[in-house]
Design a protein around this ligand. Structure first.
Ligand SMILES: [Zn+2]
Length: 86
């Protein structure tokens, strides 16, 4: 798959507050940490979000620290990454 064939990431939505974005070494996918304290990204029960931009799956966290920690391991919370990682 080439970059051009990838669908636009959900995080590109205006108003989404992306704190950081980096490529996770374990999966090679782009993961964003999103400040969801204003519930601007999702009506989730927790205010911080990690988003696997390649797959569109996300996970919510209690604190920014937790989110940043989980961002490096999308294979722990992104179902599509889990399938791709043995
Ligand atoms: Zn993924």
């Amino acid at each position: 798959m080439t970059k051009a064939e990838r669908q636009a990431p959900p995080a590109a939505e205006p108003g989404t507050r992306v704190i950081s974005r980096h490529r996770a070494r374990s999966t090679g996918t782009i993961v964003s940490v999103i400040d969801n304290r204003d519930w601007g990204f999702a009506t989730s029960d927790l205010p911080w979000i990690t988003l696997c931009e390649d797959h569109g799956n996300y996970c919510s966290h209690e604190t920014r620290q937790h989110a940043a920690g989980w961002a490096s391991a999308p294979d722990q919370w992104c179902a599509t990454c889990q399938e791709a990682t043995p």
